[in-house]
Design a protein around this ligand. Structure first.
Ligand code: SF4
Ligand code: SF4
Length: 100
């Protein structure tokens, strides 16, 4: 009898698929949006030193980011969106209510 296997979760490029030796339990990672005005507050608050200014833009190191969301919480411009690592209705991190 064939086993009923779960749907394999997918990871978008730029997430854990590219940094398997990094933070493997991270649920989500930040994406910096257009509203960023380079105030640098997120860089100061990040507990992992995962954010830096690169060519005039805030860049995220996915090898260091633990997905805590502090940067998104502290950003005065609300320019940071936390994006789930896995998608699908039966991913290993099921979507929580209110999240898309
Ligand atoms: S806190 Fe927000 S506005 Fe300031 S640098 Fe970070 S992403 Fe940009
Ligand atoms: S989610 Fe946390 S660890 Fe990752 S960049 Fe933001 S503050 Fe730093």
């Amino acid at each position: 009898m064939a086993k009923k296997l779960p749907i394999v979760p997918s990871a978008k490029a730029g997430s854990m698929a590219e940094a398997p030796s990094g933070i493997i339990w991270r649920e989500q990672h930040p994406v910096i949006g257009d509203k960023c005005n380079q105030c640098l507050e997120c860089i100061m608050f990040c507990p992992e030193g995962a954010l830096k200014l690169e060519n005039g833009k805030v860049a995220v190191s996915l090898e260091l980011c633990n997905g805590c969301g502090t940067c998104a919480f502290e950003c005065p411009q609300k320019a940071i969106t936390m994006v789930l690592e896995f998608s699908g209705d039966r991913g290993i991190f099921p979507l929580k209510e209110g999240k898309s």
